[in-house]
Write a protein that binds this ligand. Sequence first.
Ligand code: BES
Ligand code: ZN
Length: 613
Amino acid sequence: MKQFKLFLLSLILSFSIACQQETSTAAPPDPKADPHSSSQPNEARTTHLDLHLKGDFDKKNFSGYARWTIENKTGATEIIFDTDNIHIEKITLGKEEKPAEYFLVARDSVLGSALKVPIEPGTDLVTIYYSTGPNAPALGWMEPSMTAGKKLPFLFTQGQAILTRSWIPCQDTPANRITYTASIEVPLGMMAVMSAENPQQKSADGQYRFLMEQPIAPYLIALAVGDIAFRPVGQRTGVYAEPAMLDKVAWEFTDMEKMVTTAESLYGPYAWGRYDLIVLPTGFPFGGMENPRLTFATPTVITGDRSMVSLVAHELAHSWSGNLVTNATWNDFWLNEGFTVYFERRIMEALYGKEYTEMLAQLEYWELLDEVKTLGDTSPDTRLKVNLAGRNPDDGVGDVAYQKGSSFLVMLERLTDRTKWDEFLKSWFDTNKFQSKTTEEFLTFLQKNYLEKYGVTANVDEWVYHPGLPANYPKPNSARLANVEKAAVNVATVMPDTKDWTPHEWVHFVRNLPENTDVVTLKKLDKKFHLTTSGNAEIKCAWYEVAIRQGYSPEILPQIEYFLLNTGRRRFLMPIYTAFKEVGRVETARRIFEKAKPGYHAVSRGSVEELLK
Ligand code: BES
Ligand code: ZN
């Protein structure tokens, strides 16, 4: 609590200084003030969005209007929206659509441009007529060649963390929650789906209407348009995908309904009605994105062996941690992801057992160790509560929020027992549902309803506010992976016995091949186990990285190139491009990137560009 006391002290100090000197402008810091939004929802705030947009796949833009219902309890004389490269046509106030003045503030490279609209005391509606700009980072426009069906183009949006403002002018802070309705017009023959109540069939006229009646943060507004079909997999669960993939997707995620029931038995009722998942084209830059009612997922999870179902457990878990109780700012990102990884593992353990789950946890723990090593264990970015002001909040996305965050909860759980801990977590979700919370609010709740209640103590401050990994970090311990390591060490003399290996064991094996493994051994492995042409992208990625580092890559370069041209997931792109760069083959990397880049989403393109510049 030391840090917190310090913080209180500085609060009091700045207050008293402000009282003494009228000229001081140091306002007390509001723990909810979001450094990544220009909007001031504590003054005039948006409560409901009625969105009307038409998608143009030739021009690659959307145009129409966003009609915002607003609440102005403080008598503010203006309302502020976040925008990024949006072209505003006009703005009107009220039902009668009275023309309004507006001001677009000069663009900030991280925040975009604040849009200030003067309002009157009784203003309840603000309607913004606009079109999206070229290269809006929220919009992933895929050419037909970048889809499975190759006939129709595809579009998906990505809002997290601060991209929604590039397709909808909004108060783009997770502290503000809104409901929405939408009318979306798309070319005939295409289906549109959103993070809302969704159609299950294509419409005859290209018009789609949507309703999201629970209040969500703006980063969770999402839309996908393409040659999409639906298939139920359970009572309230189903999958969307391009028709060519639908069978495979339904097979891969056959356990979705069981997952929802298991999650509910842990932390209370699923609050969103249906839970569906859509598999997007390869250009999707993430593994998964927890858009409410409709998880967005990369096609690389369709492995044919159900080895990536933990991703569904993860995105589903966000229906509680993230979507129901939301991080108030991106500095509190671990509240979303750390809780979600913890919850994901509880679902996995309940459905697939402790041994399997421990193996996944162990692999991710090692990824965390790598990351902490790279950042340095005194780096402020290894704290749970981070300070991302002035930076793109994407910079905070790493294993620390996910793994250290989840391990913090494991440590707390072990102070008492699962029954008490689960009851506590359930009450956290229930008490704070449909609200956005800061780290400090969680810590206060923890103190009162868990630590004090059960008379236990912990080094909470060290975990949350100090860099590095505390001494009481609960380390996973997977016996299965220990065996794999032995096999890797001996690879030059004995080929491994890989019977019953899951893809996770394969990944671990490949990552643990000794540094002096020669090309002859790699070739032998490849001949026997077909790693270069594996159907699993995780295995391929690990293998290609080793191949590049050990000098085996000239032979399999065409396959590596094919992979880079047909995968947009940043998690796979970065290690491979990095390996090329580190062995002095940056020219090869640049050549492939030039070819591949039109197919990458802005998020991935940006990261690779930065690496190779
Ligand atoms: N919400 C995240 C994705 C995200 C985080 C997008 C930050 C933009 C900014 C999602 O839930 C996630 O964590 N996805 C992971 C997969 C998951 C199984 C760990 C990913 O995409 O790799
Ligand atoms: Zn997540």
